[in-house]
Design a protein around this ligand. Structure first.
Ligand code: ZN
Length: 178
């Protein structure tokens, strides 16, 4: 998935068939994408540098956050590398609906994490488990992923709106990617 809006319905050939017909049945070349990213944004574009190496970040093989940084309060992706910049451009990662969706997913996630911490303290484990499941399933899972990455960084409590949220992110139930 590229944009994280949870609407992955298309299969994108990361390296387009026109350029790499032999990779048509190569499993790692198949990525789930939403139809907007696949059909309206990426299409056949596959920029390369002068050595032929792709300039797009391959989310199946590398950590996108080495190249991209999500500003949680605004929902905007900023490029950390030139490949990050190309990826933002080709997929339109900062189109208005996605930016708005990520900013509100951040507000929702902060509030759900506070709720879950309180429920765990009062030993309501059933509702706390429902919240964890919903956090893992919600659209814009990239927001939760970015929050988990920020957790260990200096100033995390300011970015993540309080130590309570930083502590709640230590929860192994939320560590989907580790
Ligand atoms: Zn998409």
């Amino acid at each position: 998935m590229y944009c994280g809006d949870g609407l992955g319905t298309d299969i994108d050939h990361f390296e387009p068939l026109a350029e790499a017909p032999l990779r048509a049945f190569d499993w790692p070349n198949h990525l789930l994408a939403c139809s907007h990213c696949n059909s309206h944004q990426k299409r056949e574009s596959f920029p390369r540098d002068e050595d032929g190496t792709t300039l797009l970040v391959d989310p199946s093989a590398e950590d996108p956050y080495e190249h991209l940084e999500l500003v949680l309060s605004t929902g905007v992706y900023e490029a950390l590398t030139s490949r990050g910049g190309v990826t933002i451009g080709v997929f339109g990662l900062n189109r208005a609906d996605l930016v708005r969706g990520r900013a509100s997913a951040f507000v929702r996630t902060v509030s759900m994490l506070r709720d879950r911490a309180r429920l765990l303290q009062s030993s309501d484990h059933e509702e706390a488990a429902e919240i964890a499941a919903s956090l893992r399933d919600q659209p814009f899972a990239d927001v939760l992923y970015a929050m988990l990455r920020y957790r260990d960084m200096p100033g995390a409590d300011r970015v993540l709106r309080g130590g309570e949220v930083v502590d709640a992110l230590a929860d192994p139930a939320l560590h989907l990617w580790s």
